[in-house]
Design a protein around this ligand. Structure first.
Ligand SMILES: [Zn+2]
Length: 281
């Protein structure tokens, strides 16, 4: 006997398939992010409900990145596209203008920690919280059925960040001078009362001149600092040269702009705290 589906069921099936999100191949929300930090935050919120891919390849420094036509074609087929803003990934704004309306565009730094002339806002407590909140809202908006799931993930991730914040607060970082090659830690320094002294600018785009290097090494010697910090993503050449000149060591301090080991924000920030405790005078 032939079964005939009741009309209301057919209608509801049709309606649900029309507005269906997620619509990725795997049935998951398909998300592209500009670079690793945004991918990390999106994964923390969406977990197994989304496929989250970073356009900037792992191991590539994101500041000078330019997308290819193939990158843009991929993003245009996504459900969501997440970028940081604050000058970190300006190419995303141009790409966003060309995307079909089906792609939800999220600038994660909107209403996060106010801009202080440094794009690395996710390295501050308020910045990370704000970006995770924005990303959580975006997932809830395009995938309403899983709203509770996203909110729960956000809440439990924020608990971990709160605990981490307590560890940073108790580490006695206030008043310390942080000598770095890539000037990426203004937010981190603001949070914990440190002073950043950077050899290169915010994006670490060019090598320092011999005069800049000499001045940097002088300041290190005067301060009695124990380490120069650098992100392995930019390489250790300049940091090691400065450290050698000053007779101290060079230590890794991650920006979370990329990580060859695929670690998450909490793991990276925990590691950073260990390094700060080890290398700050
Ligand atoms: Zn950077």
């Amino acid at each position: 006997m032939k079964r005939i589906l009741p009309l209301f069921l057919i209608l509801s099936l049709l309606l649900s398939s029309c507005g269906a999100k997620p619509d990725g191949e795997s049935g998951k929300v398909k998300v592209y992010t500009t670079f690793y930090a945004m991918q990390g935050f999106a994964k923390a919120v969406a977990q197994d409900k989304a496929d989250v891919v970073s356009i900037v390849p792992v191991g590539t420094e994101p500041h000078e990145f330019e997308p290819t036509a193939a990158d843009i074609a991929k993003i245009s087929k996504a459900d969501m596209f997440i970028y940081n803003g604050y000058g970190m990934d300006d190419w995303a704004k141009d790409v966003a203008e060309t995307l079909p309306k089906s792609v939800k565009v999220v600038c994660a730094s909107v209403k996060s920690d106010p801009y202080i002339g440094d794009p690395h806002v996710w390295l501050s407590y308020a910045g990370a919280a704000g970006e995770l909140q924005n990303i959580c809202s975006a997932f809830s908006e395009i995938d309403k059925t899983n709203e509770q799931y996203y909110n729960d993930n956000y809440t439990s991730y924020m608990e971990k960040i709160d605990n981490l914040g307590a560890e940073y607060r108790e580490a006695g970082l206030a008043g310390k001078k942080l000598f770095v090659t890539h000037g990426a830690y203004a937010y981190m320094c603001n949070d914990w009362g440190m002073e950043q002294i950077a050899l290169e600018g915010i994006s670490g785009e060019s090598d320092p001149s011999p005069a800049q290097m000499a001045q940097f090494v002088d300041e290190i010697k005067q301060s009695g600092a124990k380490a120069v910090f650098y992100d392995p993503l930019e390489g250790d050449k300049i940091a090691k040269a400065a450290a050698k000149e000053a007779g101290i060591e060079a230590l890794e301090l991650y920006t979370f702009e990329g990580d060859s080991e695929g670690r998450d924000y909490i793991t990276i920030m925990q590691r950073n705290l260990e390094q700060l405790k080890k290398g700050l005078n």
